[in-house]
Design a protein around this ligand. Structure first.
Ligand code: SAH
Length: 208
């Protein structure tokens, strides 16, 4: 006799944890692949203004733990299992959508900034103010991309620690950095940056 197994349609639709982990890893590796050529170029820059404080360095380490170390521990080991919860069916699709938009914006913002990009707060010799491309309507498209990446991490990893660590650590860096970055840009570019601030929003076009 053939035994039939009926799976409730919502269960069949639901992305299982392994699928979610794989989707997360694809996004994660793609983000590093997008960044790596710009990271190489950045090494050739001569820095003329360096605003990297001890606080900024500590926050960058926290972000590395929250967005790299903890997710990888979750994906490749059972150590964070105590904080697992059952994935919610549709949430995985939303995670993929967030990561997709994030990666596109991450790529466009790196491409528009070019040699002006740096992982910390600094101005290079020959720095120019970019206000075209994805910088036309928002001043911090790369941070928008990173917020979306962190949201995708929370949506794709059904684990309270590994899922939320990105959002929490990046929120801390963003809150401490954003005012300092705009202040640095104002000191460097003066009226030009002031006018740019007046016609743009920080993260979401026309809204915020
Ligand atoms: N906040 C921007 C850039 C992040 S990279 C974004 O989210 O898209 C951080 C560095 O980019 C800063 O050290 C600063 O030197 C540089 N930067 C930020 N905005 C810039 C702009 N509009 N034009 C040129 N360089 C910029």
């Amino acid at each position: 006799m053939v035994k039939r197994v009926y799976i409730a349609s919502s269960e069949a639709d639901a992305m299982n944890t392994l699928t979610l982990k794989i989707l997360f890893l694809i996004g994660f590796v793609s983000a590093f692949a997008i960044r790596s050529p710009y990271q190489r170029e950045n090494k050739k820059n001569t820095v003329s203004v360096d605003r990297k404080t001890a606080q900024e360095k500590i926050l960058l380490v926290l972000v590395f733990i929250g967005m790299v170390i903890l997710p990888l521990i979750y994906v490749f080991s059972p150590w964070l299992r105590v904080a697992d919860y059952n994935p919610v069916p549709w949430v995985g699709y939303l995670g993929v959508l967030c990561f997709g938009i994030s990666l596109w914006l991450f790529w466009r913002s790196h491409d528009d900034l070019g040699r002006n990009w740096s992982p910390t707060l600094e101005i290079r010799e020959g720095h120019t103010l970019i206000s075209n491309g994805v910088y036309q309507t928002i001043r911090h498209p790369m941070y928008t991309a990173i917020w979306l990446w962190c949201a995708a991490q929370a949506l794709l990893l059904p684990n309270w620690i590994a899922g939320l660590a990105g959002l929490i650590s990046f929120a801390a860096l963003y809150i401490f950095r954003i005012g300092n970055e705009e202040q640095m840009m104002l000191e460097q570019f003066g009226e030009e940056y002031k006018a740019y601030m007046q016609r743009t929003k920080r993260l979401i076009p026309y809204l915020f």
